[in-house]
Design a protein around this ligand. Structure first.
Ligand code: SIN
Ligand code: MN
Length: 207
């Protein structure tokens, strides 16, 4: 198979490629409109961990499977907790995947995380997917977020970068299992979402 040209990221930290400002404001607004439709069909919910702790982000998904966490643990599920199928991944979101990882399989899951001013995401690996050769693509919309990148094992030195609305990350190759998390949100730093906050889309080939 002939390999397609991969675009050059503006920044690379510990093997994580960052395409800063890949989406202009018109593209961001179009994506938010499509996500409103996703949230209408699959409302945001606040997941709990298997220990019963509420996560600070609210979540929903699009695609054939969605990532969920509840008292039974976390896993990919073909249906929203309320029972309906997840809506399809918006075309504009799939187009970003094709642009930044043109040689990968198409994603079957798009996690939509909503962060209010106080939400965070602890350090973790994305490792619930069947084929870890396939990359993870993450899209940031709305308020700035301080993204921390660690190592392939828990602990050790880390590096942080502020992600802005329209930035796109690729976590793949040797960095596919790198620990990462969100330390904090800079409230009011973007006007994209009328009520503030941040949306992160995580696209994955889950199955
Ligand atoms: C995640 O890794 O689950 C979310 C990352 C982000 O919000 O940028
Ligand atoms: Mn993650």
């Amino acid at each position: 198979m002939v390999k397609k040209m991969e675009p050059t990221p503006s920044l690379c930290i510990r093997g994580v490629s960052i395409f800063q400002g890949l989406l202009d404001s018109a593209a961001q607004m179009e994506m938010v409109a499509a996500l409103r439709e996703v949230a209408r069909m699959a409302p945001f919910f606040r997941p709990v961990t298997s220990r019963g702790q509420s996560m600070s982000v609210r979540m929903t998904s699009a695609g054939q499977v969605g990532w969920v966490s509840d008292r039974r643990g976390y896993r990919y599920e073909p249906r929203h907790p309320e029972g309906s199928n997840w809506p399809p991944i918006p075309e504009s979101v799939l187009a970003v995947w094709s642009q930044v990882v043109p040689n990968a399989r198409m994603p079957d899951s798009c996690l939509v995380n909503f962060y209010d001013a106080d939400a965070r995401m602890g350090m973790h690996q994305d490792r619930d997917e069947a084929d870890l050769e396939q990359p993870v693509v993450s899209i940031s919309l709305g308020d700035d977020a301080l993204f921390r990148i660690g190592n392939l094992t828990r602990g050790g030195k880390t590096e942080s970068v502020w992600l802005k609305s329209g930035d796109v990350l690729v976590i793949g190759g040797a960095a596919r299992l790198v620990y990462h998390g969100i330390d904090r949100i800079r409230a009011g730093s973007s006007k994209l979402l009328p009520d503030g906050g941040r949306i992160n889309l995580t696209l994955r080939v889950a199955r």
